[in-house]
Design a protein around this ligand. Structure first.
Ligand SMILES: *[C@@H]1O[C@H](CO)[C@@H](O)[C@H](O)[C@H]1NC(C)=O
Ligand SMILES: *[C@@H]1O[C@H](CO)[C@@H](O)[C@H](O)[C@H]1NC(C)=O
Ligand SMILES: *[C@@H]1O[C@H](CO)[C@@H](O)[C@H](O)[C@H]1NC(C)=O
Length: 516
């Protein structure tokens, strides 16, 4: 016993000589589809928001205390109140909605603001006095602040940077933030930079900065002594080798500092089929007043020494009893709130649409896939389904596949359906074909999808079911598509729709996410 203690103490002593190993952050920071980020710090807490397009609620807010452990805490856009197609009524709004947007805390007003341009037409602002909400519509401005960033100046003045007519613009909002008082073109990108968008606006040491991205491989810093210019520019990250094998060049990110003065650039890496995932690297400031990215052997590092004390938050993995719909969840378009409910028994999904088309069915609820590989499992109680109903677990994107229960003529089967597809205008081109089935009975089934979303092509998702939660049978496999044009990466989704008549329901007590 004494000997063991001594050896253990020697081991601990040895470990303490290796602080770099125990204190590092690795890229990607959080392997989930969280593109078009805006990252902010208030005191010692960091916040991150992302675009969500047709998913509702929109613009998730994540929180961290160490820049590497992140948890979902809210959404800035509680409902996509931009027209009926955002509720899958009279059409669809796939890939519209929440694009690159701004998000910041206004200390003088003690208010959080989120703003973004919807449908290339109108800028919507939402606000909240607490970052966890409730968030409500604040105003609309009849102008498109495309790919906008928000600076709250030292005196509380709100400036919005945005892309317009191939150039970079700045707008000043009224003191209540409800209208525009001035706007001006401030930067014409030279031909060696080319088209810029995805702006972020900051102030540091009395200088005004705009970050702008050249899609989809570069980030530039613009600097001026006034918000209106004139701005000089310098490259921050151009065609930098990514920290993820097979991924794109990190770009379109934001700058963030720590309370003790370290700076970082958090960007995203195109990593289809999974979407666009965050990567972080340290930044130093030169005597010219521009930030410089710290590379590792000429590439974006997969790991950097970490100066922040690790602060774990809620794990993304594990069993989540669906007794309420937490901030990790987003519906495919706005849900019909009269057609679902939660209780101590979990989530009940009533059929909300009569259709043969999952892409047109309301109330599919989704989670981002945790990469590089993860497994999602649901328990499904299907005894209240009606003839013609389909319910299950879908791997959702513009080319999709699902495993689920089909009830026809009083009989239940579990089936694997693939071939669901969209046209280039995101209307449905194929509602899918059920290619494998098995008979089931008893009213309860477990459904599972394992997905490898590491970038680089030909990545598989495998579809399983179990009737006892212990022996699993594979019913299908599916090769995920890696095109970027749908923007949103693959997600896990839970659905229930009718092909004959409404009235049926399923109950989902829990969702389980496991890494690998
Ligand atoms: C940040 O810290 C200051 C000083 O402790 C405090 O007054 C302020 O309320 C904090 N802000 C927020 C949003 O928590
Ligand atoms: C989830 O529900 C099950 C069954 O009611 C219970 O045993 C388990 O403790 C719950 N888990 C959590 C994390 O609440
Ligand atoms: C199913 O099995 C998993 C372990 O693989 C366990 O965590 C979960 O609680 C089980 N579900 C039920 C309903 O027993």
């Amino acid at each position: 016993m004494f000997q063991i203690k001594k050896t253990f103490a020697a081991l601990l002593g040895g470990l303490s000589l290796l602080p770099a190993l125990t204190n590092a952050f690795t890229n990607p920071i959080f392997w989930e589809d969280l593109a078009d980020l805006d990252i902010r710090r208030v005191n010692d807490t960091y916040y991150y928001t992302s675009s969500t397009m047709h998913y509702s609620p929109g613009a998730p807010i994540l929180r961290s205390y160490d820049l590497k452990n992140w948890e979902y805490i809210a959404h800035a856009v509680p409902t996509l109140d931009f027209g009926s197609t955002y509720s899958l009524q009279g059409g669809q709004a796939y890939i519209q909605g929440i694009w690159a947007s701004f998000f910041a805390y206004h200390p003088q007003k003690n208010t959080w603001f989120w703003g973004g341009c919807i449908d290339f037409q109108t800028s919507y602002l939402y606000s909240a006095s607490s970052v966890t909400g409730p968030w409500t519509r604040y105003t609309t401005i009849n102008k498109c602040y495309y790919d906008s960033g928000l600076l709250i100046d030292d005196d509380g003045t709100m400036y919005v940077s945005y892309a317009n007519s191939n150039n970079i613009w700045v707008a000043q909002l009224s003191s209540d933030g409800k209208s525009e008082v001035r706007s001006q073109q401030v930067f014409v990108p030279p031909s060696d930079i080319g088209y810029l968008e995805g702006t972020r606006m900051y102030k540091r040491n009395g200088q005004y900065y705009i970050l702008a991205t050249h899609p989809a491989n570069a980030e530039y810093t613009l600097k001026a002594s006034s918000p209106w210019g004139s701005y000089s520019s310098k490259a921050l990250a151009v065609s930098v080798k990514p920290p993820v094998t097979g991924g794109g060049n990190p770009h379109q990110g934001g700058l963030i500092d720590t309370p003790s003065g370290q700076w970082y650039y958090m960007a995203f890496v195109d990593s289809y089929p999974g979407g666009r995932i965050p990567a972080m690297a340290p930044v130093t400031w030169g005597s010219d007043g521009f930030p410089t990215l710290q590379l590792s052997n000429g590439a974006w590092g997969t790991s950097y020494p970490d100066v922040l004390t690790p602060h774990p938050v809620t794990s993304p993995t594990g069993i989540e009893n669906l007794t309420s719909i937490g901030p990790r969840w987003e519906w495919n378009h706005n849900p019909d709130t009269s057609k679902f409910s939660t209780s101590s028994n979990g989530l009940t999904l009533n059929t909300a649409t009569v259709t043969f088309d999952l892409y047109s069915a309301r109330n599919t609820i989704t989670r981002r896939i945790l990469g590089p590989k993860s497994t999602s499992t649901i328990k499904l109680n299907y005894g209240n389904m009606k003839d013609g109903d389909r319910a299950g677990l879908v791997l959702l994107r513009h080319l999709s596949a699902w495993i689920g229960v089909k009830r026809d003529n009083g009989n239940y089967i579990v089936g694997f359906t693939n071939g669901l597809a969209m046209n280039s205008d995101w209307s449905t081109s194929n509602t899918g074909t059920t290619v494998a089935t098995a008979g089931i009975s008893g009213g309860t089934i477990y459904l599972r999808i394992t997905a490898d979303i590491s970038p680089g092509g030909s990545k598989q998702a495998l579809f399983y079911y179990s009737t006892d939660n212990s022996s699993w049978k594979q019913l299908g496999s599916f090769t995920m598509n890696t095109d970027w044009e749908f923007f949103m990466g693959y997600r896990y989704g839970i659905f229930n729709y009718a092909t004959s008549a409404l009235g049926g329901s399923v109950n989902v007590p829990y969702f389980q996410l496991d890494s690998a």
